[in-house]
Design a protein around this ligand. Structure first.
Ligand SMILES: Nc1ncnc2c1ncn2[C@@H]1O[C@H](COP(=O)(O)OP(=O)(O)O)[C@@H](O)[C@H]1O
Ligand SMILES: [Mg+2]
Length: 299
């Protein structure tokens, strides 16, 4: 076959390899597009710093959406420190493979989960991949998991400045937006502000801010304890002109329960923290519906 310049020179091995990589990339993007096309709302759970409750939020929001009967997929995109399986009591579960791809682990009829932890032999096995390899793994999670038809796709992200979030948003394409998790004190707010600024600059929609580990009433005397201060979440939401989705009180039971794989929303149905997560789920539904309505008005 003649080349574009009319010559009939065979392509070099290097050119062939380049073309091959290009074709692979296109095929991958096509597979991601097909899978994500069957998923309704796509939500990224983000925070400026680690340990503020991202994974807790991802798990409780996914459960909250699923308990109303919606079909939810939860992707643990924290390749280095995957925490979702432990929190859901799914540690040790293994996904099964089919011809079309890998089946996610079913938590129940309404919630399926995929995490790097399902692919590691032991809990303490570390993944020491660098950035590009981690993103390649996330690509595989998006392209080769049989996510099926879902109302919601919730993604728990790794802690970081925002690059991972940007890569995720670019790969998933039409994300509804991110939810920023922060604790109330200034030290956490500073990094939340940085991440929110990054999201604004890179055009990732912000669905709202959740304040975690907020003020809690002492169970014995009712006195309100502000372990990490108060009001930081609403303040930062107002600064950025984005919805404040709610404040989840510090809950002394949260750590032992989530370590046992018993997320708050299930075990402690009447606790203030569980009630707060349910209210946040309701607010999230409103925000997403409003955004959808204003988008269809524009169209
Ligand atoms: N509202 C809360 N009250 C008390 N402990 C909490 C609360 N939310 C999260 N935690 C605990 O804080 C720790 C860090 O939460 P995690 O969700 O893993 O944070 P991240 O994913 O942001 O690193 C966990 O042990 C979790 O159980
Ligand atoms: Mg986490």
């Amino acid at each position: 076959m003649p080349n574009h310049d009319g010559s009939t020179k065979e392509p070099s091995a290097e050119e062939e390899a380049k073309l091959e990589r290009f074709k692979e990339r296109l095929a991958l993007e096509k597979r991601i597009g097909e899978r994500m096309g069957r998923v309704g709302h796509k939500i990224l759970i983000a925070s400026g710093k680690g340990g503020v409750g991202k994974t807790t939020a991802a798990v409780n929001l996914a459960l909250g959406l699923a308990e109303a009967g919606d079909s939810v997929a939860l992707l643990d995109a924290d390749i280095h420190g995957p925490g979702v399986p432990l929190m859901l009591g799914l540690a040790g579960a293994r996904p099964t493979g089919t011809e079309e791809g890998i089946n996610p682990v079913a938590y129940d009829d309404n919630l399926v989960v995929m995490s790097m932890a399902f692919l590691l032999a032991g809990d303490s096995d570390a993944v020491i991949w660098r950035g590009p390899l981690k993103m390649a793994m996330v690509d595989n999670f998006l392209a080769d998991i049989n996510w099926g038809d879902r109302d919601w796709f919730v993604v728990d992200t790794p802690p970081g400045t925002g690059d991972e979030i940007l890569s995720l948003a670019q790969r998933i394409k039409d994300v509804d937006g991110l939810i920023m998790i922060t604790t109330p004190q200034e030290a956490a707010l500073a990094s939340a502000r940085k991440s929110l600024t990054f999201a604004v600059k890179t055009n990732i929609p912000i669905l709202g801010v959740v304040e975690n580990m907020g003020p809690v009433a002492c169970p014995a005397c009712g006195h309100e304890m502000k372990l990490f201060g108060e009001g930081g979440g609403p303040r930062v939401a107002a600064e950025f002109g984005v919805p404040f989705l709610g404040s989840v009180p510090f809950d002394p039971e949260a750590v032992p329960e989530s370590d046992r794989g018993q997320p708050l929303l299930l075990t402690d149905r009447d606790s203030p923290a569980a009630a707060a997560w349910r209210e946040i789920v309701a607010r999230l539904r409103e925000v997403v519906a409003q955004r959808e309505a204003s988008r269809s008005e524009e169209a």
